[in-house]
Write a protein that binds this ligand. Structure first.
Ligand code: HEM
Length: 454
C-alpha cells in the first residue's frame, strides 16, 4: 500500500498543541493508551506529540511503521525513552544493544531458537504446565496473572537455562513489578531524586535489583558447575561457550546482561499473553466452548504435542486475537541516528518515533469491530490479507523478537494443556484494567475462579 502525505505549511506533521512546556506530558502520564488512540483518531497516520519541549512522532499507518522497523531500519536505534526504563535492569543485553555488538550477540544466541531446537522443549513445557496445576482444585480462586508468571518463569529457567529456581517465583514477580513502576515513575517525574539518596523507594529498588542479580548469577554459576566438556546446546551454554571465542570473550558483566535479558524477556511477556488469554476466554463463554471442543476432538484430554498444533486452528486464532487486543509489547519506539523521510516528512537525526501495537491492532480500517474479541476473524486468512505493519505483536525487521517461536509454542502448549483441565471465570466485581508498564499488565492481577472440567 504505497502512500504519500502532503506536507503541511511548516513541514511538520499535524498534532495537538498541548500545554505550554509540558505539551501532552500530563495526559500521557494519566492515560497513555487512551491518549495515543485519541490523537491517532484525531490527527491521522502521522502525528506530532509535543512532550516537555521535545516531540515524539506517532506513526499510525502500517506503511510508515514498516519504513522504520524494516525498510529504513539502519537509520534507527532503540529509543532512549524505553532504554532509560529498562537499561538499569537489562544492561546491554540483546534487547537494548546496538550495532556490531548486537549483531554478534544475536548471531550467537540464534541457534538456541531454531525451530527444531525449540520444538524439543514442547514435552518439558507440557510437563511443567501439568505439574503446576496439580494443586489446583475445582472452586479455587487464584490470581491467574501471578500463576502465569510462576509457570512461565519455571518453563524459561528449565528450558533456556537448564536449571530450576524453586520457590522464587513470587519474589521475582513482585521485584519486576516494583522495578518497572519505579523506573516509569522516575522517567515521567519532572524532578528526579537521585537514585543514590536513601529514600524508601530507592532502597527497595536497590534491594530488588540485587535480588534479581543474585538469581541470575546463581543461574550462571550453577550452569557453569554442571557443564561438561560437551556443550548441552541450551541458550546459556551457547552464551558461555562464546566467552572463549577467539579473543572476543564475553565479560561476566555481558554474560549477566544477556542472561538477565533472556530471563526477564523470556517469561514476563508470555505470562502477560497467557493471563490476558484466560481473562478473554473467561469473558467469552462461546469462544471458550469452541476451543474446548477443538481440544477435546484433537487431543482427547492429553497435552498437545508439536505434531498436533497444525490441527488446532481455533487455538491459534485465540492466541492471535489475544495478542491483538492485549499485546504484551504495546508500544515500540525508535530514535533516528541520521536524517530520514517518513510519511512524506523530513526528520533530522535524533527524532523519536513511536509505533503502538495498542493503537494499530484496534484500528477499524483493518479490523471489523476492533474492540471485540472475535477469534474467528483469524480463520479465513486475515493474517495474509493484513498489510505488514498492521499487526506486529513481536515487532518486525532485524530486531523482531528472537523468542517469538518459543513464546507461541509455549502459549499453545500451556493453553492446550490447562484449558482441558479447567475453565476460569473472573471473580464478580474484580476490576480489570490494562496497566502499561514496560509490558501491558492487568493492573489488579486477575482473580479467577477455577471450574474443573470432566
Ligand atoms: C508473547 C511473548 C512475547 C512478546 C509479545 C514479545 C515481544 C517482543 C517485541 C515486540 C520485541 C521487539 C522489540 C523492539 O523492536 O524494540 C521483542 C524483542 C525481543 N524478545 Fe520478545 N516477546 C515475547 C517473548 C519472548 C521470549 C519467550 C523471549 C526469549 C526466550 C524473548 C526475547 C526477546 C529478545 C532477546 C528480544 C530482542 C531481540 C533483538 O533485538 O535482537 N521474547 N520481543
Amino acid at each position: 500500500m504505497a502512500r504519500t502525505a502532503n506536507r503541511n505549511q511548516l513541514g511538520l506533521p499535524p498534532g495537538p498543541k498541548g500545554r505550554p512546556i509540558l505539551g501532552v506530558a500530563l495526559e500521557g502520564r494519566r492515560d497513555p493508551l487512551g491518549m495515543l488512540q485519541r490523537y491517532a483518531r484525531e490527527y491521522g497516520d502521522i502525528v506530532r506529540l509535543p512532550v516537555l519541549r521535545q516531540s515524539r512522532i506517532l506513526l499510525n499507518h502500517p506503511d510508515w511503521i514498516e519504513q522504520v522497523l524494516v525498510v529504513q531500519h539502519a537509520k534507527f536505534h532503540k529509543s532512549v525513552l524505553m532504554n532509560r526504563i529498562i537499561e538499569p535492569m537489562l544492561g546491554q543485553g540483546l534487547l537494548l544493544s546496538e550495532g556490531e555488538f548486537w549483531r554478534r550477540q544475536r548471531r550467537l544466541a540464534q541457534p538456541a531458537f531454531h525451530r527444531a531446537r525449540i520444538n524439543e522443549y514442547a514435552g518439558a513445557m507440557a510437563e511443567i504446565a501439568e505439574a503446576h496445576v496439580r494443586a489446583w482444585r475445582d472452586g479455587d480462586t487464584r490470581d491467574v496473572a501471578q500463576e502465569m508468571m510462576a509457570l512461565t518463569l519455571e518453563i524459561a529457567v528449565r528450558t533456556l537455562f537448564g536449571t530450576t529456581l524453586p520457590g522464587t517465583a513470587e519474589q521475582v514477580g513482585s521485584a519486576i513489578t516494583f522495578l518497572m513502576r519505579y523506573q516509569l515513575t522516575r522517567m515521567r517525574a519532572p524532578l528526579r531524586i537521585p537514585e543514590t539518596w536513601p529514600t524508601p523507594k530507592n532502597r527497595r529498588a536497590r534491594r530488588e535489583s540485587e535480588m534479581l542479580d543474585a538469581l541470575v548469577y546463581r543461574i550462571i554459576s550453577e550452569r557453569q558447575a554442571q557443564k561438561t566438556s560437551e556443550s548441552s546446546g541450551d541458550l546459556l551454554s551457547l552464551l558461555m561457550d562464546a566467552m572463549d571465542e577467539d579473543g572476543t570473550q564475553m565479560t561476566p558483566r555481558q554474560l549477566r546482561d544477556e542472561t538477565m535479558t533472556l530471563f526477564l524477556a523470556g517469561h514476563e511477556t508470555t505470562a502477560q499473553m497467557l493471563s490476558w488469554t484466560w481473562y478473554l476466554l473467561g469473558d467469552h463463554p462461546a469462544a471458550e466452548a469452541r476451543l474446548h471442543e477443538e481440544l477435546r476432538g484433537v487431543l482427547g484430554g492429553r497435552p498437545p504435542e508439536v505434531a498436533d498444533l497444525a490441527r488446532l486452528p481455533f487455538l491459534h486464532a485465540v492466541m492471535n486475537e489475544s495478542l491483538r487486543l492485549y499485546p504484551p509489547a504495546y508500544l515500540l519506539a525508535r530514535t533516528s541516528i541520521e536524517p530520514c523521510e517518513i510519511g512524506g516528512y523530513d526528520f533530522p537525526a535524533g527524532s523519536t518515533f513511536v509505533m503502538a501495537q495498542w493503537v494499530m491492532h484496534r484500528d477499524a480500517r483493518f479490523y471489523d469491530e476492533p474492540d471485540a474479541f472475535r477469534p474467528e476473524r483469524w480463520l479465513d486468512g486475515l493474517a495474509q490479507r493484513l498489510p505488514a505493519g498492521a499487526y506486529f505483536p513481536f515487532g518486525d525487521g532485524p530486531r523482531r523478537c528472537i523468542g517469538q517461536g518459543f513464546a507461541l509454542l509455549e502459549a499453545a502448549i500451556v493453553i492446550g494443556t490447562l484449558a482441558q483441565r479447567f475453565g476460569m471465570r473472573l471473580v464478580a466485581g474484580h476490576p480489570v484494567a490494562p496497566e502499561p508498564l514496560v509490558t501491558l499488565r492487568p493492573r489488579h492481577g486477575l482473580r479467577m475462579t477455577l471450574r474443573a472440567r470432566d
